[in-house]
Design a binder for this molecule. Structure first.
Ligand SMILES: [Zn+2]
Length: 354
């Protein structure tokens, strides 16, 4: 190889390197390729220059060796610079990816909501608390005497057939059973506190029923009881009108139809303006414009007496309704089973009700 060729070879390698250096390296693999092309031990262009120097006559070696060495120093230093630059850009990209953007909206943790029956219970409680009632509670495991006998359901009375339940123990003096209504709490409160009395009693009750769209073995009731001097059916009607208007709207009308419950006299089935047709008549109310909503009546004198209250001095009224049924009406869904299944797709609809 002639000296001139070798000199050109150094210039060519330097020119090729500067061209690539000017383009820069976009990625780690770009960088490794460039480094290998010029500085690679086996096939790199810079080590090849030194192999060329060894082939030269001794008189030319020193000069060319110096030029090749200068090129090597320049390229090595530039490659190191490109490497540092790349490492810095890689570090910045990693930091960007890991950074938290504090301006993004937060993710809301699911906190759950109230069950529709709870929503209805609380709305009704608010209405009666405003009217000066207090809330009473009692055991779900009752005895026959408090659940039936003191409410005028003697043993073998046919009215018991409508309230078949689950007996826990028939051996006790007064058999233990799951309460069929919240009325035994009225008995407990009247016996304990006497008159005057103004309470509502929300709670879970049990019936031996097969589950379908309108029946379940566990349902929720809310009863009200007022005992005082001079309480009449007119007070009952005014109270019910006020309550149903608060819950279903001010144009809700109320109708009483005489009926029999053992613990009241007289007793009434209470119907209200159909909420679907506002009284015009529709399929839901079988064209009548009315839907039955609750039972009510004047407290039977015998029941007052059973609790140690003198029926000559005090009179009272009581009413009761099913919270599950109210929830069906108020929120407009057709099937009681939806309330029991815990299906999130259904329950989420009520997350913001209160
Ligand atoms: Zn209707």
């Amino acid at each position: 190889m002639a000296a001139g060729d070798s000199g050109d070879a150094v210039a060519k390698v330097l020119a090729a390197f500067r061209e690539e250096q000017a383009r820069g390296v976009a990625s780690r693999s770009d960088f490794e390729r460039l480094k290998g092309r010029f500085l690679g031990r086996e096939k790199g262009l810079v080590p090849a220059l030194f192999a060329g120097v060894r082939d030269l006559p001794p008189s030319e070696r020193a000069a060319l060796g110096a030029r090749a060495n200068a090129a090597k120093v320049e390229i090595e230093s530039a490659v190191a610079g490109l490497g540092e630059d790349l490492a810095r850009r890689e570090r910045e990209a990693r930091e960007r990816a890991a950074a938290v953007d504090v301006t993004l909206p937060g993710r809301r943790a699911p906190t759950g909501g109230l069950h529709p029956v709870t929503v209805v219970r609380r709305r009704i409680e608010r209405v009666f608390l405003r009217m000066g009632y207090s809330i009473a509670d009692g055991p779900e495991l009752e005895n026959d005497r408090t659940n039936f006998e003191m409410l005028n359901f003697p043993p073998e009375h046919p009215a018991r057939d409508t309230q078949d339940t689950f007996f826990v123990s028939k051996k006790a003096k007064s058999p233990l059973l799951l309460r069929t209504h919240t009325s035994p709490v009225q008995i407990r409160e009247m016996s304990r506190r006497g008159a005057p009395l103004r309470i509502i009693v929300p709670g879970r009750v049990y019936r031996n029923e097969a589950l379908d769209a309108t029946h379940a073995a566990v349902i929720h009731q809310l009863e009200g009881l007022v005992v005082d001097r001079g309480i009449s059916m007119a007070d009952l009607k005014g109270t019910i009108e006020e309550f149903l208007a608060a819950l279903f709207g001010p144009d809700t009308k109320v109708r009483f139809i005489p009926t029999f419950f053992p613990f009241v006299e007289p007793g009434a089935d209470v119907a209200m303006t159909c909420i679907f047709c506002r009284g015009a008549g529709c399929g839901k109310c079988k064209g009548s414009g009315w839907i039955e909503i609750m039972g009510a009546g004047a407290v039977h004198p015998k029941v007052l007496e059973n609790c140690g209250i003198d029926p000559e001095e005090f009179t009272g009224f009581a009413f009761g309704l099913g919270l599950d049924r109210i929830a069906l009406l108020l929120f407009g869904f057709p099937d009681l089973r939806l309330l029991l299944e815990g299906d999130q797709r259904f329950l989420r609809r009520f997350a913001f009700e209160s």
